[in-house]
Design a protein around this ligand. Structure first.
Ligand SMILES: [Zn+2]
Length: 426
């Protein structure tokens, strides 16, 4: 089966090449802004279907203007503006599709209209299509109009891979090329490893149902003082000065290093989980909602749980394992993983779970991870009740149980009874 995959390599460029790459990125940004302004004006001034346009029409229009208004565009490949207009078109398509979907389901995340890109604020990047070749023996990549550029490492592209496009981007002062390729996917045997469940959190990055917690790395928070010092130094420099430019670069290099460390950790962790487990069960964490807590948002942001989930999603099928995302409303922390006792009054400060029914004493995150694993093993065919209004569920022995009302679940001793215990097994 053919699949699309990306390979990213860092470029080793001299000053002349760096100027040329910056020029390409600038033309890509200009074309995007020109296309967006043109579309907005068309929408305001025209009526009916004439209000809308597409990438092909816009590229033809731009080609007509190139000779007279933008002759400097001939210095770079025609692919640069063409791909920028295609990206813009995709942005509009996403907006319209999302608008239609949200009419049916308002809970879908809102996708806005494309916005203008500001020089110095947006990411410098552009895409090239056409003849892109790799020369692994001499560590070079050949790009349209740019010629051969040196790479910092030997490319490990499979021989059968067909290169579709090359996206060149800059992070701080380093340029890299990302190749999108079509390659043959080898038939993977189903992974023979055990099941693992994750409870993602703040105190540890993730607690595994196997009992081994993954520690929280704290890449940015560990260097908070350095971040503070660099930011303060940058803000004190005079606007437009060379010193301002240099301090901005130092800050960008600092953030690039943090990002690389974080990505390395996320890649290693997700690869380990996908490679060694047949089923990975995780909770669908509502990261956007968690980030709204101003005291905790920087801690959540430093962990990048959303990116980790995306890594798992594409790596799991690659290594023959299955990724299961369970409902975010499943009360994994409040249930006893041994007897399913539901502890209503558990707070965030309670780091150890004490079960008054069976006497289980377990780390809070570890207990939650076991519950997530139980959810998949026992309840995978039915939804677990997450609210009083939920209809029914399966309990541990397979009986269908209707959740009792809050009043009925309080026994004579005043304790809340387990939420899902049936007459057969209790
Ligand atoms: Zn218990």
């Amino acid at each position: 089966m053919l699949r699309t995959r990306g390979y990213k390599y860092e470029l080793c460029v001299n000053n002349k090449e760096r100027t040329l790459l910056t020029k390409c990125a600038g033309i890509s940004r200009f074309t995007w802004n020109w296309g967006l302004a043109s579309r907005k004006q068309r929408y305001r001034t025209q009526t009916g279907t004439a209000r809308y346009t597409d990438a092909i029409k816009q590229h033809k229009e731009l080609n007509r203007l190139k000779n007279t208004d933008f002759p400097w565009m001939y210095e770079v490949s025609k692919c640069v503006p063409q791909e920028a207009l295609r990206d813009l078109d995709r942005g509009y398509q996403n907006f319209f599709t999302n608008h239609q979907q949200r009419k049916k389901n308002r809970t879908i995340r809102y996708v806005g209209l494309p916005r203008f890109k500001k020089k110095g604020k947006c990411k410098d990047s552009f895409r090239l299509t056409g003849v892109v070749r790799l020369f692994p023996a001499v560590k070079q990549v050949q790009l349209p109009r740019l010629g051969k550029l040196r790479l910092k490492e030997t490319p490990n592209l499979p021989v059968s891979a067909r290169i579709l496009s090359a996206t060149i981007s800059r992070t701080a002062d380093r340029w890299s090329v990302a190749l999108t390729v079509k390659e043959e996917q080898p038939d993977r045997k189903p992974n023979g490893g055990p099941l693992v469940a994750l409870d993602k959190g703040l105190s540890v990055f993730a607690a595994l149902s196997s009992g081994i917690p993954i520690a929280r790395p704290n890449f940015l928070l560990r260097q908070a003082r350095k971040q503070c010092r660099l930011s303060k130094a940058h803000s004190r420099k005079e606007n437009g000065s060379n010193n301002k430019r240099k301090s901005a670069l130092r800050l960008a290099q600092f953030y690039r290093r943090i990002t690389n460390q974080r990505h390395n950790f996320l890649h290693q962790t997700s690869t380990y989980l996908a490679k060694n487990h047949s089923v990975i069960v995780t909770e669908d964490l509502y990261v956007k909602g968690l980030m709204q807590n101003k005291k905790l948002s920087k801690y959540w942001a430093d962990l990048s749980h959303g990116l980790f989930q995306r890594f798992l999603a594409y790596k799991a099928p690659f290594y023959g394992s299955t990724l299961i995302e369970i409902d975010r409303w499943f009360p994994s922390s409040k249930l006893c993983s041994n007897c399913l006792y539901y502890q209503q009054d558990l707070t965030l400060a309670d780091r150890v779970f004490h079960c008054p029914l069976c006497g289980l004493v377990l780390d809070r995150d570890q207990n939650a991870a076991c519950n997530v694993a139980n959810y998949y093993v026992i309840y995978r065919f039915r939804l677990f009740p997450v609210a009083e209004s939920s209809a029914e569920t399966l309990n541990a022995c397979g009986e269908v149980v209707k959740p009792a009302s809050e009043q009925a679940r309080v026994d004579e001793s005043g304790r809340t009874a387990p939420r899902t215990v049936c007459n057969n097994c209790s």
